[in-house]
Design a protein around this ligand. Structure first.
Ligand code: NAD
Length: 366
């Protein structure tokens, strides 16, 4: 297969971690007979330096023309970088918001997976962790409360703020379909999370999700209220496969789920539209504090590349191979600085490696 991948290396550690993900993709290409054609795209601070804006129209066109975009991270130190003296619409992050909007990326996927070898970073008790957990939070990304009309005004002399939460059936149907499609590639269970005991938008959400479920008879659907879901994530995380939810609930629950895995350098993500296109990026930022030191953890970006193989190119076997290689390397005792054990005696049982060495080890295990 010929795969056309737009690459936004970005700022800070971005170029370092993306280089390792490309290395891994090339290894997959060699082994399984695929060609990855990369096209570098400027976005973020590096684009501001080169063009004066965080994302040019040419960059958007290049991203649209690609099958998928692999991204590192953008932005700099928000206190000291001159990028943050610019007007908000000219700052690095404005480029990412514009790109998401231009590409209509309405579905955000964040896996939360607990690696046996990193169990001690998980803040939950051993009896709660049990055999571990492996879930996918699927969050609607372009509707709901964050995109509704808002205003603050005086009503009868009292300052009053209003935010509106709107969803239409089309917006719910398209994300629900995506959620069930993803579940078909996993353990075939969808937990749809809402607040249907209070909100009209949630009652519509539930109705449409039930309609969509009829087209996926192999998938088990359950509904859960958001407050209960927040509790269940720390009480019994192993029960979840795909959590399907609206924008604000997903924002909060995905952060909660990622915290219980314990390590930011391990967390991949994908943002999808209604074609096979996706934007794949680690959940962390550009980590300016460690940029250029060669110590950043490239695993989240490598796992994001694995998601790209699975969801854009339908290369499930190849995605499995990358994920398996990551597990092998962790099992072999190799760690980047962010996932080193805290306790001195446990540190002696593992070996600390840098960004490049971690990428090389993962390639060697493919
Ligand atoms: P951050 O995620 O960059 O860093 C938080 C902490 O996690 C730092 O100590 C950092 O060293 C560590 N860290 C993050 N990724 C790591 C990795 N791969 N390996 C090892 N350690 C890692 O968050 P921040 O410091 O709040 O933000 C820095 C910049 O990144 C800001 O400009 C912010 O706006 C931007 N940002 C960008 C994105 C994105 O590109 N999607 C996301 C979040 C933040």
């Amino acid at each position: 297969m010929e795969c056309h991948v737009g690459v936004i290396a970005g700022d800070g550690i971005g170029p370092e971690i993306v280089a390792e993900a490309r290395k891994v993709l090339n290894k997959i290409g060699e082994k399984y007979g695929h060609t990855f054609r990369y096209e570098d795209i400027l976005m973020g601070g590096c684009s501001i330096d080169a063009t004066g804006v965080p994302l040019t129209d040419e960059a958007i066109a290049a991203a649209k023309a690609a099958d998928a975009v692999l991204m590192g991270s953008i932005g700099g130190n928000t206190t000291t970088s001159p990028w943050y003296k610019l007007a908000p619409e000219l700052r690095p992050e404005a480029g990412l918001l514009k790109l998401r909007k231009s590409l209509n990326l309405f579905a955000n996927l964040r896996p939360a997976y607990l690696y046996e070898e990193l169990k001690e970073a998980c803040p939950l008790r051993g009896d709660i962790i049990g055999d571990g957990f492996d879930m996918m939070i699927m969050r609607e990304l372009t509707g709901g409360l964050y995109f509704g009309a808002r205003e603050t005004k005086e009503v009868d002399g009292v300052l009053t703020a209003v935010d509106t939460l709107t969803y239409n059936e089309k917006e719910i149907r398209r994300i629900a379909k995506r959620g069930f499609d993803i579940a078909m590639k996993r353990k075939k269970k969808v937990t749809s999370v809402d607040k249907a005991n209070v909100l009209d938008s949630s009652r519509l959400w539930r109705k449409i999700v039930e309609e969509v479920a009829k087209d996926y008879p192999q998938v088990v659907l359950e509904h859960m209220l958001v407050d209960n879901c927040a509790m269940q994530l720390v009480k019994d995380p192993g029960q979840f496969d795909v959590i399907l939810t609206e924008n604000m609930f997903g924002d909060i629950l995905s952060d909660e789920a990622s915290m219980v895995t314990g390590s930011i350098g391990m967390l991949s993500s994908a943002s999808l539209n209604d074609t096979k296109f996706g934007l794949y990026e680690p959940s962390g930022g550009s980590a300016p504090d460690i940029a250029g030191k060669g110590i950043a953890n490239p695993i989240a970006t490598i796992l994001s590349a694995a998601m790209m193989l699975r969801y854009t190119f339908d290369l499930d076997k190849e995605a499995d191979a990358v994920e398996q290689a990551v597990r092998q390397v962790l099992r072999g005792g190799y760690r980047t600085i962010d996932i080193m054990p805290q306790e001195e005696e446990k540190r002696l049982t593992v070996k600390q490696v840098g960004t490049r060495e971690m990428g090389d080890l993962i390639c060697a295990n493919i």
